[in-house]
Design a protein around this ligand. Structure first.
Ligand code: SAM
Length: 397
């Protein structure tokens, strides 16, 4: 079917329905990272920032959502809240879903996935809810002479994704503005043996108050995630500057606004990291991978990756921040070996890195005691089926 609604009409609808109103948004984070993400949003100057379980709510015009996608380091995705309503009967869902101006958000004929999650909701059946919302979108677009969407699986990365959440007597319809998870910055293609997710790496650096002004060393760098995230921060480069987003396909998308935000972000960045950033690993293969990732991230001139055994190498000039993501038994080697390494690391830090600060990813929180750091902050977050502890402390004698 060919769209016959006049272009000018759609433009006017986009202006009135998408650009004129204030919207509510929700930046989804891994549980535990909410306060860090809230601080990031506040620093961006967006309004009504409110950390809740699993993410951070905020408000603003659509431009605030562009900004959040471009700059957030600790979020997984940014949702646009389309409807938040009370549900007494099934009809309430149909009525509310029919009232959304879908034509300004869902591209005609695009793949569209709808996921419903219900908790003690009187909507009862998740599959039926998803189906009903999909039908509402299709009917709405067809009624305007636009090609209806094509049903897609939630895993389809090219699809627009609607999320319906029903809890008790309320329901919420949201549209995912991000597309692929925001930790996918685009620089890491092959991941190495046990790579840290980019949002967790950024969270550890933020927890440690890293701003690029002091030397940073990751002596167990693997594929280089911590050092690369540090370089992006030190240069104030937007983590989303080199990737695409779902909202770029929306009929209401404003290319000019988006390019303006991206060039403003570039102007605010630094040409070079102000202090040294070092990544080391005892494996050649890891160092090669880290260098390739840094090149793709555009920070190859800011991070010095080299092959070295942490216990044999001379400590660099400091003090600064040492970041550690030691191997954990279940993914690399045995748990016993992992624990022995933490004990060795603790001894080495006390001997050679006194005066440095240290940020560490621990898979067993009790191991913090083995490192002997003077603790300053910690948080825990789920990662790879485990709960990891991000710990920030000072190395003392
Ligand atoms: C869990 S991985 C680090 C993953 C990394 N954060 C990433 O995102 O890819 C741990 C790394 O420590 C390295 N390693 C273990 N013992 C080391 C040592 N004594 N000196 C240097 N590197 C070591 C391993 O080769 C491995 O690449």
């Amino acid at each position: 079917m060919i769209a016959f609604m006049p272009e000018i009409n759609l433009q006017r609808r986009c202006k009135r329905q998408a650009w004129a109103p204030e919207h509510r948004f929700f930046a989804v984070t891994a549980p535990g990272l909410e306060p860090l993400c809230a601080a990031e949003l506040k620093a961006l100057g967006v309004e009504q920032v409110e950390a809740r379980a699993g993410g951070v709510g905020f408000a603003g015009k659509l431009g605030a959502m562009y900004l959040a996608n471009l700059h957030l380091r600790t979020a997984g995705r940014v949702l646009l809240r389309l409807k938040d309503f009370r549900v007494r009967r099934w009809d309430d869902l149909l009525r509310q879903a029919a009232a959304v101006p879908w034509e300004v958000y869902i591209p005609a004929g695009a793949p569209l996935a709808v996921q419903a999650t219900l908790r003690q909701s009187n909507l009862k059946h998740e599959g039926r809810v998803a189906e009903a919302v999909f039908e509402a979108v299709a009917k709405h677009l067809a009624g305007l002479g636009l090609e209806p969407p094509v049903l897609a699986k939630p895993a389809d990365q090219s699809a627009q994704r609607l999320l319906v959440r029903g809890e008790d007597r309320r329901a919420l319809i949201s549209l995912d503005s991000s597309g692929p998870h925001l930790h996918k910055r685009g620089y890491r293609l092959a991941g190495g043996k046990a790579p840290l997710r980019e949002d967790l790496a950024a969270a550890l650096l933020l927890l440690c108050g890293y701003d690029g002004s002091l030397p940073l060393l990751d002596p167990l760098c693997g594929s280089g995630t911590l050092a690369i995230e540090a370089a992006l921060m030190a240069r104030r480069l937007a983590p989303g500057g080199e990737r695409g987003f779902a909202f770029e396909a929306w009929p209401s998308f404003r290319e000019k606004t988006w390019q303006h935000l991206k060039s403003k972000a570039k102007e605010a960045s630094r040409d070079r990291a102000p202090a040294m950033i070092l990544g080391q690993d005892r494996q050649n293969q890891a160092v090669r991978l880290a260098r390739e990732n840094a090149l793709r991230a555009g920070v190859e001139g800011d991070v010095d990756f080299s092959r070295a055994d942490f216990f044999a190498a001379r400590p660099p000039a400091g003090p600064g921040l040492l970041v550690l993501n030691p191997p954990y038994g279940k993914r690399l080697g045995s748990v016993r070996q992992a624990q022995d390494l933490i004990i060795r690391l603790g001894k080495h830090l006390r001997k050679s890195f006194r005066g440095w600060d240290c940020g560490v990813v621990l898979y067993v929180p009790e191991w913090a005691g083995l490192l002997g750091l003077k603790e300053k902050a910690r948080l825990s977050a789920p990662f790879g089926g485990l709960k990891v502890t991000l710990l920030y402390g000072a190395v003392t004698g």
